[in-house]
Design a protein around this ligand. Structure first.
Ligand code: HEC
Length: 162
């Protein structure tokens, strides 16, 4: 409920400002009525959205954030790879290129980007750790960044070819 509290206290501050300069008592009463209605709506919206949050699968994350470069199957042929002429590696051969062992730790760290941020060196791919962390901070009950990365890695495992 922290999101709801934040909205409610923001609403209270806004209400304080509205009150300032409102001379007549009836006017104040009307303002408070509007504020109370807004609070209720905000609380309802927040609790609704958190109770209806759907678990994101690795495939969901991949299809939203990765396909434009890596392509549906991870073969490096997404529309942005083509239009921006990017050299995008084939994610289906990650295990094969690593002695048939899926290099989960290296892959997780590359996706997260904390070890190698975009502004540093010649990394083309965006860093995803901060993006996923922000979503989990904004949406109560959403997966953590680490959970999103683990799920997307499970999805990448399913795409591996021998
Ligand atoms: C803007 C295009 C783009 C997007 C979007 C993108 N990537 Fe990449 N990705 C690349 C490029 C290009 C590379 C090659 C290294 C580099 O230049 O950064 C790469 C490298 C990788 C690698 C390392 C591959 C290897 O062979 O070592 C992994 C794993 C990866 N991407 C996963 C993902 C995942 C998962 C997502 C979505 C959350 C994603 N990428 C989104 C362009 C992109």
């Amino acid at each position: 409920m922290s999101g709801a509290h934040a909205i409610v206290s923001t609403d209270r501050k806004a209400a304080g400002m509205l009150q300032f300069g409102a001379h007549r008592a009836s006017m104040e009463a009307r303002v408070w009525l509007v504020v109370a209605a807004t609070c209720l709506a905000a609380v309802a919206a927040v609790s609704c959205s958190s109770s209806q949050l759907r678990r994101l699968s690795g495939a969901d994350t991949f299809n939203v954030h990765c396909v434009q470069c890596h392509g549906r199957l991870g073969e490096g042929d997404g529309p942005d790879a083509v239009s921006r002429n990017l050299a995008v590696p084939n994610l289906r051969t990650l295990a094969r290129r690593n002695g048939d062992m899926f290099p989960a730790d290296t892959v997780a760290s590359y996706i997260d980007g904390a070890a190698m941020p975009a502004a540093h060196g010649d990394r083309v791919m965006p860093v995803w750790g901060p993006v996923f962390d922000t979503t989990s901070q904004l949406l109560e009950g959403a997966e953590t960044g680490r959970q999103r990365i683990d799920a997307v890695i499970d999805h990448l495992r399913t795409l591996q070819i021998e």
